[in-house]
Design a protein around this ligand. Structure first.
Ligand code: NAD
Length: 396
């Protein structure tokens, strides 16, 4: 059983508590820190916590606490993690790990040097659809992964600090791109080095310093390409889609707006529909079990299970650091309008990979380009002659 100190009683702190206390879970949130006493007390009442305080260190240091869960605004993550290292408390931290790779690296080093457990709460790498897709990718059902695109777009976050560049550390790239980058990285292979980023970012709608819309390509050392699309100006709810393409197959995932549950209501008796849904009348796309469908349940099961077994969870502080490094490169690229290198002071994956050959032998004299059954019943081959380089067609 884990006795959890929740730091932050806001949007994600409550989602996490719902998940941790869900079903017949034996794990409990026993202590809560919020900036204001009143918010901490309200959270404690709602979730049956034994202790509530507006003193972060007091909550972290409590002897009964076995795990600290950081659910605070981005600019407070580092301070919270440093306190966990000081008090030797296992820690799990929400996304993005840091506002920059430098900040994330400091946090990662503090956790590793303190010898405590560190888990990166990247829930979208734990959704049931994602986990099932990863199984197929691992089994080779898609062959060699060539392209992995992830999109997260919604009408913008719910608290004031997100819109302040200093506190948030960035706009939709940092806030949403962190999910997309880690999703693509998982599909392409976490041991494959992200090497360069080309990013377009702009502030198209909101009166803010940060970007509210961005698209980027992330090049990997083995020739695979990641792509992310993020927006704080998208209308119509929360658009969470992934596409993966390999030499043997394709996967399309729609996590939120098209889950197979569609409903119409005139608006009578209208209530909460789903995160960032913009309407509660007309045709709606509710989510069956939001806490599960967004990955929180599988995420906490992995985190607590790993902490208890003394192993690493699927998403670690190191992963959070790599994601921050890709984001830093994206911000540089958006400014310079060039491919920018991903600067990784620490890389723990494969080194020196090159793009595999794109020449498949058909026979001793030809490479295979394509084989296709045409509508007139022919089985057609398109081949390349090895010596002359000529492209030829042949019916078989
Ligand atoms: N899917 C996800 O994984 C997901 C979703 C939403 C938010 N988040 C992350 O969770 C973190 C918190 O976001 P949120 O949406 O819960 O925010 P929020 O504004 O709803 O809640 C923030 C909480 O932090 C506390 N707090 C402590 N110090 C603060 C300070 N200096 N300024 C403001 N609040 C302070 C507040 O009391 C509040 O309880 C962010 O890092 C965000 O990126 C993750």
């Amino acid at each position: 059983m884990q006795k959890i100190a929740m730091l932050g009683s806001g949007f994600i702190g409550r989602f996490y508590a719902e998940s941790i206390h869900g079903q017949r879970s034996r794990d409990r949130v026993t202590a809560i820190y919020a900036r204001r006493d009143e918010s901490a007390r309200k959270f404690a009442k709602d979730y049956g916590c034994d202790f509530a305080s507006s003193d972060m260190e007091e909550v972290i240091a409590r002897p009964d606490v076995t795990m600290v869960c950081v659910a605070l605004p981005n600019h407070v993550h580092a301070e919270a993690v440093m306190l966990c290292a000081k008090h030797k408390k296992n820690v799990i931290c929400t996304k993005p790990l840091g506002r920059t790779a430098e900040e994330a690296l400091q946090m990662m080093k503090a956790v590793e040097e303190a010898g405590i457990f560190g888990g990166y709460l990247e829930d979208l790498c734990y959704t049931p659809k994602f986990l099932k897709s990863m199984e197929s990718v691992r089994s080779g059902a898609l062959g060699r992964i060539l392209w992995a695109k992830s999109r997260e777009a919604h009408p913008g976050p719910h608290s004031e600090w997100f819109w302040d560049l200093e506190q948030a550390g960035g706009g939709c790239i940092l806030d949403l791109g962190c999910h997309c980058i880690e999703i693509s990285r998982n599909f392409i292979g976490k041991d494959i080095k992200p090497v360069e980023v080309m990013c377009w970012a702009d502030t198209q709608v909101k009166p803010i310093e940060a970007e509210d819309h961005a698209i980027a390509l992330v090049k990997y050392e083995n020739g695979a390409i990641g792509q992310f699309e993020t927006s704080w100006t998208f209308r119509g709810g929360m658009d969470l889609r992934d596409e993966v393409m390999g030499t043997e197959g394709t996967i399309w995932i729609n996590n939120f707006l098209r889950t197979g549950l569609e409903m119409y209501t005139s608006g009578k008796g209208a209530d909460y529909v789903a995160e960032k849904a913009e309407s509660n009348s007309g045709w709606l796309f509710p989510v069956g079990d939001e806490v599960n469908d967004l990955g929180y349940n599988h995420m906490f099961t992995d985190m607590f299970g790993a902490a208890e077994k003394g192993t690493d969870p699927a998403e670690t502080f190191y992963d959070g650091y790599v994601v921050n490094a890709v984001i830093d490169a994206a911000y540089r690229s958006a400014k310079t309008k060039r491919w920018e290198p991903v600067e990784l002071a620490i890389w723990r994956g494969q080194e020196g990979l090159t793009k595999p050959s794109n020449y498949t032998d058909y026979d001793a004299d030809h490479y295979l380009i394509k084989q296709e059954m045409t509508h007139d019943g022919r089985n057609k081959l398109i081949l390349k002659e090895k010596v002359s380089g000529k492209i030829v067609e042949r019916d078989v």
